[in-house]
Design a protein around this ligand. Structure first.
Ligand SMILES: [Zn+2]
Length: 779
């Protein structure tokens, strides 16, 4: 009667758990990650759309190691996570939640066929099935054809009744189809998802017709989920990877090791950091990381409209074409420039489409913005120096600096000699076709990449150049010294800016004065308005801006002595002035926007405080009834408070009960040992429960005080983080009640844990009622 191990996960969690994937490709990427992980280590991955018994289905197949019965159980249920690093390769699906959240985002139901060395298994994770049988917990029927227990017979019956496959023979045919397309391997896994998600218009959310070799997201679907933080985009600036699965898969991994085949056609993976033109290496050395982090900058060779930072985490793409710094402004700064960085020091969000919005993240983005602008200026400066009349880089035809091609057999990347046009290579390319004899065989290791340790970042010459009229000797020394500083890498951003400002104040630049100082002014205004993270920097920046302007006027005036050039100089100055005015106008506009945002945020904060008050008053009276609505609300923090109060109440009652039980146990010392054991367990569980609860209560209080104290600009993300922390603690707390729950697998970004907590609370309540009744009966 007092068995605490009662609670299982309720089927509706399958849906809630998948809600963090707002973008459907994010769900598909989870399934690809699973096959890419070292414990599966597939070499190929097939994505297809097929029709089974009149229904559109998505299929995903790999030729990896396949799953044993236990492995499939782990993949389909919520209780386990055993992904560990193999041979130094860290698994991407570290939460072990990828299959569940990904598949259940794409459709209602999934069936998995797998062939490993030892066994052939079929498993089904199906929301329709659970609904139809009225299941109160998540049941996952799995059949292993090597085993024949009663349990397997029941599972087989359920799979045949509720999946599209109606006979055992049909299942065996599907197992036979695993990897039939691949000559080498006999193991692998095949996932079929049916009852695909539909849009509000009743159509599937994918467009399978527009390109028969691709899976695309119709524009109305991806526009609805578009990232609002990025600037307004024209049709040509929307990266193909946002709506074309083929394009997305081509950049999904920084260093692609697995071939992806979409609807029968191989995805041409890109070695993104090698597909750029005018490549330069820079380094980011944040204070919170011991090693400097390489950043590759270059120009997009395909489209000047698609640019920004490609942010990877452990080889996996997290954010694509993230515009930073000067690229966020409505001018040509940073146009066409792509930066590639692997940010293993940041934490991705659960859906792997963003990073947690921490201080580290914000600092990284700021720094990337500065470095990207430096690169852009440097390239422009160099081109101007070579030929002042040259057209801007972004408008020229560009070829990647290096040509790399992947072998179809061993999947190693080979560097081709300059001058080879990769688009003319055959569809299938193998190492034996390599013109370079040193790497002409599949058994030869890949050419080592440039070691990041011994390569200095590129020289930012535009900062050091001088005019002829000035005393060259002094300048040379100055430059040399500054160059040294450069190579040593400047320790902090403040210092770096200081050096730059000296250079600029000295009036060193002339050719690209307008752009440079213009950009600085813009930057300063933004810095000033954005409730800056570095107060100390502000005066410095402002100083630079002012002195720069003054300097321009002085420097340009007297140096234009030649009467022939005079006219053009005046025109130039006029133009420069106009540009400056324009830039200042943009800056003012942006400042106003920020003011508006600030105002809105303050209002939101105010509203939130009001609601918090209202809720805390209302909740005291409110009964702890089961709440129907599961939607995430802005007041999650407050909901917790309510739930905690309930929980605390329950725990108090439980501990009272425990004492009664203990007393009873002592009174009838002769009773069975089992009951005693259960009582002991109960005591332990309750003790840990109370400890956890105290901790959680403290966190809740901290959360509450943050709501009232923290500044409006940060309160959102701070609260979010506290909420995640709180949920993690609740998750740990709940494992004593719900053994099927592995806290490492829970998606803390959505309200799965809230729902579980609520369920447990409701169940505790009914259990108590029962206990009281029984006790009353005994008395
Ligand atoms: Zn090869």
């Amino acid at each position: 009667m007092f068995l605490l191990i009662l609670w299982q996960l309720c089927p509706k969690f399958l849906h809630t758990n998948s809600t963090s994937h707002t973008w459907p490709f994010s769900a598909i990427a989870e399934l690809i990650d699973n096959a890419y992980d070292p414990d599966v280590s597939a070499k190929q991955f097939w994505i297809d759309k097929t029709v089974i018994k009149g229904q559109d289905c998505l299929t995903f197949m790999d030729n990896g190691n396949g799953l044993t019965y236990e492995a499939m159980l782990k993949m389909l249920s919520f209780g386990y996570s055993d992904k560990i690093a193999v041979n130094g390769l860290e698994p991407i699906g570290i939460y072990g939640n990828g299959f569940k959240s990904g598949s259940m985002r794409l459709g209602q139901d999934a069936i998995v066929f797998s062939k490993s060395e030892k066994a052939s298994c079929v498993g089904m994770l199906s929301q329709s099935y659970l609904k139809e049988i009225g299941a109160e917990q998540i049941i996952v029927p799995i059949v292993s054809f090597e085993l024949t227990g009663e349990e397997h017979k029941a599972s087989l019956k359920d799979i045949l009744s509720y999946s599209p496959f109606k006979t055992k023979a049909e299942l065996l045919t599907e197992i036979g189809a695993v990897n039939s397309t691949c000559s080498t391997g006999t193991t692998g896994t095949r996932i079929i998802i049916w009852n695909l998600r539909k849009t509000s218009t009743g159509l599937t959310e994918f467009d399978f017709v527009k390109d028969r070799y691709d899976i695309q997201i119709p524009s109305e679907v991806y526009e609805a989920i578009n990232d609002k933080s990025q600037p307004e985009r024209t049709a040509s600036s929307i990266p193909e990877s946002e709506y074309s699965l083929r394009a997305y898969c081509s950049i999904l991994y920084l260093k692609p090791r697995m071939q992806i085949i979409i609807r029968g056609q191989k995805v041409k993976t890109q070695l993104i950091s090698k597909s750029l033109a005018y490549i330069a290496k820079d380094y980011y050395r944040p204070t919170f990381v011991t090693k400097r982090i390489p950043i590759t900058f270059g120009y997009n060779t395909k489209s000047k409209d698609q640019y920004g930072i490609m942010m990877y985490h452990k080889n996996r793409l997290i954010k694509a074409y993230e515009r930073v710094g000067c690229q966020l402004k409505a001018n040509i700064s940073g146009l066409g420039v792509i930066g590639v960085i692997e940010c293993n020091f940041l934490d991705p969000t659960h859906n792997k489409q963003n990073f947690d919005n921490t201080d580290k993240y914000r600092k990284t983005i700021t720094s990337l913005g500065i470095k990207l602008e430096e690169y852009w200026k440097e390239i422009r400066f160099k081109r101007n120096k070579e030929d002042p009349n040259s057209i801007p880089v972004e408008d020229t035809m560009k070829r990647p600096d290096q040509n790399w091609v992947q072998c179809d057999e061993c999947l190693r990347w080979r560097k081709l000699p300059d001058g080879i046009d990769c688009s003319l290579l055959p569809e299938k390319w193998f190492c034996h076709m390599n013109p370079d004899p040193q790497f002409r065989s599949c058994v030869v290791d890949e050419e080592p990449e440039d070691s990041d340790d011994d390569r200095p970042s590129y020289r930012k010459t535009y900062k050091h150049t001088t005019t002829q009229t000035e005393v060259p000797k002094v300048k040379e020394e100055d430059e040399e010294e500054r160059g040294k500083q450069r190579e040593d890498e400047i320790k902090t951003e403040v210092e770096e800016r200081a050096v730059q400002s000296t250079a600029e104040v000295n009036g060193i630049e002339q050719g690209s004065d307008v752009d440079t100082s213009g950009c600085n002014i813009e930057q300063n205004v933004i810095k000033k308005e954005s409730a800056g993270d570095d107060q100390a920097k502000k005066p410095l920046h402002n100083g630079v801006a002012v002195s720069c302007c003054l300097n321009n006027a002085e420097a340009v005036g007297p140096s234009s002595a030649d009467p022939l050039q005079n006219n053009s100089s005046i025109n130039e100055i006029q133009e420069q002035q106009d540009k400056l005015l324009e830039l200042m106008e943009t800056a003012a506009q942006e400042r106003d926007d920020y003011k508006q945002q600030f105002h809105e945020l303050t209002n939101q904060l105010h509203d939130m405080q009001m609601r918090l008050q209202e809720l805390s008053q209302a909740n005291i009276k409110k009964e702890c009834a089961h709440q129907g609505s599961q939607t995430e609300s802005a007041g999650e923090g407050q909901d917790y408070k309510n739930l905690y109060e309930q929980a605390k109440h329950k725990v108090d009652e439980l501990s009272r009960e425990k004492e009664v039980l203990l007393a009873a146990g002592q009174a009838c010392a002769g009773t069975s040992q089992g009951e005693e054991r259960i009582s002991d367990e109960l005591v332990l569980q309750i003790d840990s429960l109370i400890r956890e609860l105290d901790k959680s209560n403290k966190e809740r209080d901290a959360l509450r005080s943050q709501v009232s104290v923290s500044s409006p600009s940060s309160s959102g993300s701070e609260m979010r983080r506290s909420l995640v922390g709180l949920r993690q603690n609740v998750g740990r707390l709940l494992t004593s009640f719900v053994p099927a729950l592995d806290p490492d697998q829970v998606n803390y970004d959505c309200n799965v844990i809230d729902e579980i907590l609520e369920q447990v609370l409701t169940d505790v309540e009914s259990l108590q009622v029962n206990n009281l009744r029984e006790r009353a009966g005994n008395d």
